[in-house]
Design a protein around this ligand. Structure first.
Ligand code: AR6
Length: 185
């Protein structure tokens, strides 16, 4: 299963590069210092250009960064997306340090920011499952149910929420989770 409909909103899985998505807002898997880095964060800063780092620096100076579970917004620079929502996921510490709840909040606060900037189409990467080492089989159902719950609570907000999975293995993990979560609906 690669997509489901939740009311008027499509929740879709695609395999690809998030920097190429023509949506209103893409989400970045950032760190609490909003300092840039590798992985999807590096790819977004490279493709979007220096304006994103400049806006991140202004946010850092204003509010000292972004704690895990929260999200902040910059413009998209040269990206097809108008906005970048920088979400900070949890660093995996074994699973008993509240990582599941922090991951869920990262998705929901990202959607809250998307709603606030009027984005009707939003694309997410798989937050925390790279450098932050959150196991993807555990992250996928948390990500999808966090999105689905938020969409159910805001039925007029979004046309599409897209998960953009970079590797075939990541895509397979999310497809499996989507089928399990929605098989009865
Ligand atoms: N499009 C979509 N997904 C991607 C792309 C891309 N272009 N590139 C990588 N991924 P990670 P994290 C996938 O490490 O675990 C950074 O240094 C990747 O395959 O980017 O939240 C930040 O600055 C993986 O499945 O993010 C932070 O310090 C997923 O994106 C830290 O890493 C997330 O991997 C955040 O770690």
């Amino acid at each position: 299963m690669e997509q489901v409909r939740i009311g008027k909103t499509v929740l879709r899985l695609v395999q690809g590069d998030i920097t190429r998505q023509a949506v209103d807002a893409i989400v970045n898997a950032a760190n609490r210092h909003l300092a840039g880095g590798g992985g999807v964060d590096g790819a977004i800063h490279r493709a979007g250009g220096p304006v994103i780092a400049e806006e991140c620096r202004a946010i850092r100076e204003r509010q000292g960064g972004c704690p895990p579970g929260e999200a902040v917004v910059t413009s998209g620079g040269n990206l097809p997306a108008r906005h970048v929502i920088h979400a900070v996921g949890p660093i995996w510490q074994g699973g008993a340090a509240g990582e599941d709840e922090t991951l869920r909040r990262a998705y929901q606060n990202s959607l809250r920011q998307a709603l606030a900037c009027g984005a009707r189409t939003v694309a997410f990467p798989s937050i925390s499952t790279g450098a932050f080492r959150f196991p993807i089989d555990r992250a996928a159902p948390i990500a999808l149910s966090a999105i689905a719950d938020f969409v159910r609570e805001h039925p007029d907000a979004f046309d599409e929420v897209r998960m953009v999975l970079y590797s075939p293995d990541d895509f397979a993990a999310y497809r499996h989770a989507l089928a399990r979560l929605f098989s009865a609906s």
